[in-house]
Design a protein. Sequence first.
Length: 222
Amino acid sequence: MKNANKPTRSNKNGKNRTISRVVILIISVTMVLMLLIFGVWVLGGGEDKASNESMETFSSDIESTSLPVKEESVEKESSSISSSNKVEKESDEVKNSEKDKEDKEDKEKIKTEKTDPSDDNVTSAVTGNWEPVETKQEGTHTTDYNDGSQDRIEIKQASATATGLSVADMIEWRVENNGDQKVVATISDTQQTKTYRVFLSWIDTKGWQPNKVEQLKVNDQQ
């Protein structure tokens, strides 16, 4: 009697085929997984590359578009500043031209005539139709000869008008009484190259008016 538990040839072959199928299945699954991983890696790398290329293109586009805008903005700002400076310069030129014109007209209005000198120290003497220098004083006028007084300030301005000297470039050597509401001022430029004697009269509500100017040979008040 044969042993029922002893494997037969057919049983062995069946078992071998089962093992082979399992091995093939494992190998197949492994290859599929590897292919999937490789595919994901390849596709992922391609997407990263495409993304990088896209970002580079976008960045390049930004640079190419924003740069001219910035330059254009700078050019506009520079042009605006230049235009503003040009307008200011033209405005200053107009003002200076108008001032020069007014000064010229004022000089043309003034007519001077030679007159007799008051003493031998005079090289030339003239009278003129100078206008009174506008005053800030009101009411009854009494001449104040003190330094820094409103009278002294306005006498200096009137003397500058009559002689052509600048108030800033002037030395007052003496201001003395020359009669009722009249004074005589001895002045020179700061370099003391020219010395003048100016005769002035007070005009009520208007101010000090130069009447006569003498140029001196030497400064007799020094």
